[in-house]
Write a protein that binds this ligand. Structure first.
Ligand code: 8YV
Length: 316
């Protein structure tokens, strides 16, 4: 009999869906109208869970799955998984470590260029037909901010942080970073986040959010300063969003580019009308290539755990 697996978030790659259906009996909880009733009736048959980095799995849902052996996170962040409870129950947790590094770093640089050079603003301007009708056709929009050579501060020098640093270095950007400890990297370590912000023209968040703490406070934003940009491709909860809004409104920072938000998919509406922000719906890993690699890792980790082997990407 095929192992029964419960999916908590969608898999967008058809070949991965087919592979999952071939190997396992797959149930999609997000398609059930009465999730509680479904868990009550079927929870005991579930041996594996597939979830997204943002979706994770709560202790309450795990408690309804008494025979759960593995949670395969289709992502790298495990902050939304109750790891302590999973550990107590002896449930393996895997993540697609290494599969999405390049894409997330690519988007970080894309967002930085997007917000500093006003790419979305320019796009909206052209689409609205305003270029041809502008009274000053040669300089219809305010001049933007040069990206090459910007002082870049990276919060979190893990895989993604390093990949962002490599890319920024290619733009001639001096790079500093903060982390729990200095890392073996050729960039300048700054233990104090506010000091890092003060020394940076762009602060890029690439940290894990396991502690759930909003690192980016109004004080950090003030330290980043009127010419500074905040880029977030990590987790929304790392940023005190009301403080970010207040800082933008007061002109205390130059702009922000955000792929992630504290309460996705809800985004503070006050951001919508602002030209100094670029907004993305949590898409840093959303390419066909990366989502395929991630899906392959999810499949492999389920197969390995059910076969009693140690899976790649084992978090605990
Ligand atoms: C994914 C993520 O979009 O890796 C993570 O932790 O948040 C994202 O890359 C998400 O996991 C897709 O399910």
């Amino acid at each position: 009999m095929k192992p029964e697996v419960l999916q908590l978030s969608a898999i967008l790659i058809p070949q991965i869906r087919e592979r999952l259906e071939t190997l396992f009996t797959v149930h999609r909880l997000f398609e059930q109208s009465d999730k509680d009733a479904w868990l009550e009736a079927n929870g005991a048959r579930i041996r594996g869970v597939i979830t997204g980095g943002h979706t994770g799995i709560t202790q309450a849902v795990m408690a309804r799955l008494p025979n759960l052996e593995v949670i395969a996170v289709n992502g790298v962040g495990t902050d939304a998984v109750d790891l302590a409870y999973a550990r107590d129950r002896g449930i393996s947790v895997t993540a697609t470590i290494g599969a999405l590094t390049e894409d997330v770093a690519d988007l970080a640089i894309g967002l930085l260029i997007g917000v500093a050079r006003g790419i979305s603003t320019g796009d909206r301007f052209v689409r609205a037909g305003l270029w041809a009708t502008s009274p000053t056709p040669l300089a219809p929009l305010p001049l933007a901010r040069q990206v090459s050579g910007m002082r870049v501060g990276i919060v979190g020098m893990g895989r993604v942080g390093r990949a962002v640093a490599q890319r920024a270095a290619a733009f001639g950007c001096p790079i500093s970073y903060t982390d729990l400890h200095a890392q073996d990297v050729p960039y300048s370590f700054e233990a104090d986040l506010a000091q890092l912000a003060h020394n940076s023209d762009a602060l890029i968040l690439a940290a894990a959010a396991d502690k759930g703490e909003a690192l980016i406070t109004r004080d950090v934003l003030k330290a980043l300063g009127r010419e500074g940009y905040l880029i977030n491709i990590a987790r929304g909860k790392l940023v005190d969003e009301p403080a970010l809004l207040a800082a933008l409104e007061a002109g205390e920072i130059a702009g922000a580019a955000l792929d992630v938000f504290a309460d996705e998919p809800r985004v503070p509406e006050a951001l919508f009308a602002r030209e100094d922000v670029v907004l993305q719906p949590h898409r840093a890993s959303a390419t066909v290539q990366t989502r395929t690699r991630m899906g392959e890792m999810v499949v492999a980790s389920l197969v390995d755990v059910f076969a009693g082997r140690q899976p790649q990407g084992l978090v605990q």
